[in-house]
Design a protein around this ligand. Structure first.
Ligand SMILES: C[S@@+](CC[C@H](N)C(=O)[O-])C[C@H]1O[C@@H](n2cnc3c(N)ncnc32)[C@H](O)[C@@H]1O
Length: 246
């Protein structure tokens, strides 16, 4: 979800001069709980296209961000925006490459995403955490104008400008995987399935353990204690003796 600090960042760095009369693409545009689109549209772009792999509010085209160049062609937008999506993209190098290649020379790219310390959140999957130093490597082929941490929660905000000629560099970065808890180049199907099972099981195991403890306590107070009290003294002494010996 685009939080208030992400929206404030976009409002600060995306000025009328950068947007008015320009072609704007927002990637992962579904409005869960806040969007930068109203601000950007108030600055009168010539065109605003919102794409997301899920249909819904503020989504114009349902598609995978890995196919942006195929769909729109290279150098087709002046401004490309993506907020809170990159942590959810398993094949991040392909999507980043698409974000760069649909940008026109001199165009602006705005990215907000999550860093290490931000909790797991689905939408529908959650894979990566990005630190400022990762962003520097990933966007080394663009001119980074602003790179800062989210002041409210672990996250990073980037504004970068496309050079006259994109000499794309394939980033060699092992990102922090939220499902493995360490930096890796990629995650396998097995690791994703394994995490999902553990993630699904964990709260249910907790509930089961809590219910078992409650049942044990109830058994003791409702059955064992009254039964013990009802036994004749001689029987209680005998049982204690047997238990002590065992
Ligand atoms: C946490 S939501 C963020 C939505 C919105 N941008 C915001 O800031 O609140 C992540 C969005 O990215 C979309 N998404 C994830 N992977 C995608 C992909 N490969 N292609 C297109 N959209 C994707 C999801 O469908 C989801 O709507």
């Amino acid at each position: 979800m685009c939080g208030t600090s992400g929206i404030a960042f976009a409002e600060r760095v995306l000025t009328a001069g950068e947007i008015e009369g320009k072609d704007v693409l927002e990637v992962g545009s579904l409005d869960f709980n806040g969007s930068i689109r109203p601000h950007v549209e108030s600055l009168k772009p010539a065109r605003y296209v919102g794409v997301d792999m899920m249909p819904g509010q503020r989504v114009d085209i349902v598609m995978d961000a890995a196919a942006l160049v195929e769909r729109f062609g290279p150098a087709s937008f002046d401004v490309v925006l993506t907020t809170e999506m990159m942590e959810h993209v398993r094949d991040w190098p392909t999507v980043i490459s698409n974000l760069k290649r649909v940008l026109r020379p001199g165009g602006l790219l705005l990215v907000t995403t999550r860093s290490i310390g931000f909790q797991y959140h689905g939408y529908p999957y959650d894979f990566w955490r990005y630190e400022p130093e990762d962003m520097r490597v990933i966007f080394t082929d663009l001119d980074i104008e602003v790179l800062e941490r989210d002041p409210d929660s672990p996250g990073v905000f980037l504004l970068a400008r496309q050079r006259e000629h994109l000499a794309e560099v394939t980033p060699v970065v092992a990102l922090y995987s939220i499902i493995l808890g360490r930096r890796v180049a990629e995650v396998s199907d097995f690791q994703i399935r394994n995490f999902r099972v553990r993630h699904w099981l964990a709260p249910r195991m907790k509930t089961t353990r809590r219910m078992a403890t409650k049942a044990r306590k109830r058994l003791r107070s409702d059955v064992v204690v009254p039964l013990w009290a009802a036994l004749p003294t001689g029987a209680r002494v005998g049982i204690k003796r047997v238990l002590r010996r065992s």
